[in-house]
Write a protein that binds this ligand. Structure first.
Ligand code: AMP
Length: 394
């Protein structure tokens, strides 16, 4: 799939309505992490660099559930945006309606207007067509740069594309450029690493990767259900009895399709789930009754590293262990380091593995660190992302 990008549409003299993801964390009304605002800057600066353009930005913030709530006002984001853009930003009192029209019609080329939280209107998440049409009257062209909400058909992501010439910003363009080949024609060997807490939340991804990968590494809390199915003892580790059949099915399909499955062969265990718990090295695949698996062990790290090293393409979703607790973060750090060193094309998608590569300082050495948790998971599952499909070049 190829999408139209901001470079493919005429912007001169246009009011450019851009859907950004300014859903940033706040404390006492101040932005505490501006990563998402920074991520949007290349697209915003490109648009402002075109002749006589006006920038009209729209986003959601938190979950106000269709009600106007001060604590979710984008007014709080405005100072940080002004600082990063190096430009004055005009705050509109809403995202639709006559007052917004007045602000926009009194603007001049080069101006930046920030519309108020889209989710103050319940029609946004319900993708009500008349609301999308009203939003569309705020601009001449629509540019979507909010990958984090691209998996949802909302008025500002999908609905609006029925009413305006539309294209993707640089953020969305990069996500598509890295995810598409993994789904359509990944360079082999294609190594997929799936970790995280539960089998239940990763079934779709596992199924999809079974159709495409050369080697599928399964680790984190979800690995223990697989190990138990294979007849190993797992002590007090996470176990999802409802997913025993699913795990069996995954193993069977892998064998039928010639996909290599790698599971942990040793562990770092603990007697209790706590940051202060003592780390115990479990040298075998079997875990004794008094322990729970909290991280992968050193033999497993070596096993995984040897495969990661040879990957021509690689995707990683989900940590190897309870990386939030320092004692149990070593496996995730070692794998992050190994992914960073891999000379193939590397993609990290999914909330917690992204948090891990950022936290441990490897993000710069990875080809693509996705900006969308749920969206990247659905992309990897092979699902259609409505916000992206709407930008497809036909
Ligand atoms: P997910 O959102 O499904 O990718 O899961 C991420 C969560 O999985 C993190 O909060 C980790 O602490 C957790 N996790 C990873 N390994 C384990 C484990 N062995 N036992 C319990 N939780 C784990």
């Amino acid at each position: 799939m190829k999408i139209r990008t901001v470079k493919d549409i005429e912007l001169t003299g246009k009011k450019c309505l851009v859907r950004v993801d300014f859903n940033v964390p706040l404390k006492d009304g101040v932005v505490t992490d501006d990563t998402r605002i920074r991520a949007a800057l290349p697209t915003l600066q490109y648009i402002l660099g075109q002749k006589d353009t006006t920038l009209i930005l729209m986003s959601h913030l938190g979950r106000p559930k269709g009600e106007v709530k001060k604590e979710f006002s984008l007014q709080q984001v405005k100072p940080k945006l002004e600082e990063l853009l190096g430009k004055k930003v005009t705050m509109a009192p809403d995202c639709v309606g006559p007052e917004v029209k007045a602000v926009i019609s009194s603007s001049a080329p080069g101006d930046v207007i920030l519309l108020e939280n889209l989710r103050f209107h319940s029609e946004e998440t319900k993708n009500v067509s008349s609301f999308a049409e009203e939003l569309a009257t705020n601009g001449d062209v629509f540019i979507n740069d909010a990958f984090g909400t691209a998996h949802r058909a909302h008025a500002s992501t999908e609905g609006i594309t029925h009413f305006l010439p539309s294209a993707g910003g640089f953020l969305i363009e990069k996500e598509v450029r890295f995810f598409e080949p993994l789904l359509s024609n990944p360079e082999k060997p294609f190594v997929a690493i799936v970790g995280g807490a539960k089998v239940s939340s990763k079934i779709g991804v596992l199924e999809s990767l079974l159709n495409r990968s050369t080697t599928l590494i399964i680790a984190g809390g979800m690995a223990y259900t697989f190990l138990k199915v294979q007849g190993y003892t797992i002590g007090k580790s996470l176990f999802e009895s409802d997913f025993v059949e699913t795990a069996k099915e995954v193993l069977k399909k892998a064998e039928e399709r010639g996909v290599e499955i790698l599971l942990p062969v040793d562990h770092i265990g603990a007697e209790e789930f706590s940051a202060d718990a003592d780390a115990v090295i479990v040298e075998s695949t079997d875990i004794p009754d008094n322990l729970m698996g909290m991280d992968i062990g050193p033999k497993t790290v070596t096993l995984f590293k040897n495969v990661i090293k040879k990957a021509k393409s690689l995707v990683w979703n989900g940590p190897m262990g309870v990386f939030e607790f320092e004692t149990f973060s070593k496996g995730t750090i070692a794998i992050a380091e190994s992914v960073a060193e891999c000379s193939g094309t590397t993609v990290v998608g999914g909330g917690d593995s992204v948090a891990a590569v950022n936290k441990f300082g490897f993000a710069d050495k990875i080809d693509h660190v996705s900006t969308g948790g749920g969206a990247s998971l659905e992309y990897l599952e092979g699902k259609t992302l409505p916000g992206i499909a709407a930008l497809e070049e036909k």
